[in-house]
Every structure is written in structure tokens, then in C-alpha cells.
Design a protein around this ligand. Structure first.
Ligand SMILES: Nc1ncnc2c1ncn2[C@@H]1O[C@H](COP(=O)(O)OP(=O)(O)OP(=O)(O)O)[C@@H](O)[C@H]1O
Ligand SMILES: [Mg+2]
Length: 301
């Protein structure tokens, strides 16, 4: 399973669960913050399952307008409502013999939740405006970044549906909770997005990645690395190339300026010991001298 990057026990446990869950067709409920990898896990369960030759249909329940959820899921027949100019196959039918991945299930309106529960119990769908019952065999995986137990208390989510969906639970911790995975993921994204350029992180850059809070989890890390690849002026990536929120807005707007300031600061921290400063930056002494010349950084005598 190459796609799930990470070395910590959490990822090991996730991989084990994914392979176990792939062996059967029961419903899986994946819980975790935004960007932790819920979509990746759903796809891996599908890929490793007996349904892998069938379709993987991903539906974001939060992005369908409320009134259309049932017709998008179950389909509709021509003339079922104003604007239904043709027969329309719903997502469930399109996922036949494959996997239906319902993302942001907590956003599903209550009436559609009732219909979904009925489908899960009967494996039958009826298109909106039709009375023909169609049998559909597909595996259902759902994901949520809201706490569904709270949604049940707030009466926005049906408890019977929750128990029906939560047969096989998979909870993915935030990136902050699995610091061991940050660097392997960062290196993976660096290699995958640097189009053959051989780039590496400076010692401080690694420290910066490990210390940052990553509120947007793996998705944020991926995008920060992609940005750093663009901003990097040499083969070494420095903390300033990440342009993270901890940097001030003005510094962020001018990465070149930030870079020279950063180099100056590191030299100062190492009390003008160029060898030590170069080591900390992850570059050679001649490269540091070259950068100092370029940025007009002079040593105090
Ligand atoms: N362990 C991992 N290994 C490799 N890539 C990962 C991993 N986890 C996440 N990613 C990548 O991070 C990005 C976000 O992952 P994904 O879309 O699966 O998150 P999510 O939990 O579904 O987010 P959301 O709640 O916003 O839907 C994707 O580009 C995905 O490829
Ligand atoms: Mg997702």
C-alpha cells in the first residue's frame, strides 16, 4: 500500500484496518478533521476490496443543494419535477458493483437520510417520480469531519442511520497528533512535485515543519511544500520558503527579503561562525558565502 505515507504506529494501524475492512462489504464510517486523508483511505479500501474492478463514486454531500440530494442519489425520471427534462441515473446506481463514497455525510438533509437508511436496509432504490424498484449492490463508505454524535443530539442527524453506517469505524488523528509522519509526507510531496529538481530541506526547515500546528492537516502540508518548491531559490528549502502563517504578512509578501533576513538571523544566532551557520542552514560554506554576497550580508569585524 504505497499511497498511504507515514511511518508512525497510527499509519501502521490505519493500513491494517484498511486491509481488514477491504475483506468484507460492510459499511465503513471514517471520522477525522479536514485534510487528514479520509478520501485516500476510502479509495484504498475500495482498491483492496473485491469490488476494485467496479466504479468508485465519490459524492460530497455538502456540495449538493439541499433540495436535490435525493434526486442526485437515487436518480429521477423525466418530468419528476420542474427542470427534470430527462431520466437521470443517481449516484447509487452509478456505483453498482463498486463503492459509493459519501463524504461530509453530516451535511445530508434529514429526508435524504431516511431514504439512504431505506437503501442500506433493502439494497433497493426508487428514482424520484418513479415506482419502479431497482436492486443495486454497492459498498457504502461514509466520511465526516463533524461529530455525528453531537449532530444526533442537535437533531440534525438520525441516530438509526448513524448506527447503520458505523459498522466499521475508522478514526484518523490530526497530523499534529502524529508528528512522526510529517517529514516522510513532506519528502514524499517534495519528490512528487519537484519535477526532477533535486531539492532538500535545511535543518531549520525540518524543525519548522515539525513544530508547525498544521490546522489544515496533510492537505495543508502538501500545498505548503508545493509553494516552497516554487519559492525556493536554490536546491535547499528554508523555513521562509514555506511562507507559513507564523511569518508576518509583509515578510510573506516578499520571500526574497525574508530569505536574506533569515540568513542574517541564522548567522547572528551562530555568532558569525559561518561553518556552524551553514550547517544549520543545510548548505556548504561556499554556498553560504555566495548567498551572503548576493543578499549583501556583511560580517561585522
Ligand atoms: N497518508 C497520506 N499519504 C499520502 N497522501 C496523503 C495522506 N493523507 C492525505 N494525503 C493527501 O492529502 C490531501 C488531503 O487528503 P484527503 O482529501 O483524503 O483528506 P480528507 O480527510 O478527505 O479531507 P476533507 O475533510 O477536506 O474531505 C490529498 O491530496 C491526499 O492525497
Ligand atoms: Mg475528503
Amino acid at each position: 500500500m504505497q499511497e498511504l505515507i507515514g511511518v508512525g504506529n497510527t499509519v501502521k494501524e490505519m493500513k491494517k484496518r484498511i486491509l481488514q475492512y477491504a475483506q468484507c462489504n460492510a459499511e465503513v464510517l471514517i471520522e477525522g478533521d479536514t485534510g487528514v486523508g479520509k478520501g485516500v483511505c476510502a479509495k484504498l479500501i475500495h482498491k483492496n476490496s473485491s469490488m476494485h474492478r467496479g466504479p468508485f463514486i465519490a459524492v460530497n454531500c455538502g456540495s449538493i443543494s439541499k433540495g436535490l440530494v435525493s434526486s442526485e442519489l437515487f436518480g429521477h425520471v423525466k418530468g419528476a419535477f420542474t427542470g427534470a427534462s430527462d431520466n437521470h441515473k443517481g449516484y447509487i446506481q452509478r456505483a453498482r458493483n463498486g463503492t459509493l463514497f459519501l463524504d461530509e455525510i453530516g451535511e445530508m438533509p434529514l429526508d435524504a437520510q431516511g431514504h439512504l437508511l431505506h437503501f442500506l436496509e433493502s439494497k433497493e432504490v426508487t428514482s424520484v417520480g418513479s415506482d419502479r424498484v431497482i436492486e443495486v449492490d454497492c459498498r457504502v463508505i461514509t466520511a465526516t469531519n463533524v461529530n455525528l454524535k453531537e449532530a444526533i443530539l442537535n437533531k440534525t442527524f438520525r441516530s438509526d442511520l448513524f448506527y447503520r453506517l458505523n459498522v466499521l469505524p475508522l478514526t484518523i488523528p490530526t497530523l499534529r497528533e502524529r508528528v512522526d509522519d510529517i517529514l516522510p509526507l513532506a519528502n514524499f510531496f517534495l519528490v512528487s512535485h519537484s519535477s526532477g529538481r533535486s531539492l532538500r530541506f535545511s535543518v531549520d526547515a525540518v524543525e519548522c515543519l515539525n513544530n508547525y500546528a498544521w490546522p489544515g492537516n496533510v492537505r495543508e502540508l502538501k500545498n505548503v511544500i508545493r509553494r516552497a518548491i516554487v519559492l525556493a531559490e536554490s536546491e535547499v528549502i528554508y523555513p521562509c520558503d514555506f511562507a507559513l502563517d507564523s511569518n508576518s504578512a509583509t515578510e510573506r509578501s516578499n520571500p526574497a527579503n525574508l530569505k536574506s533576513k533569515y540568513i542574517e538571523q541564522v548567522i547572528l544566532t551562530h555568532r558569525y561562525n559561518i561553518s556552524a551557520a551553514a550547517k544549520s542552514l543545510g548548505i556548504s560554506r561556499p554556498t553560504l558565502y555566495r548567498l551572503m554576497k548576493k543578499h549583501n550580508i556583511r560580517l561585522l569585524q
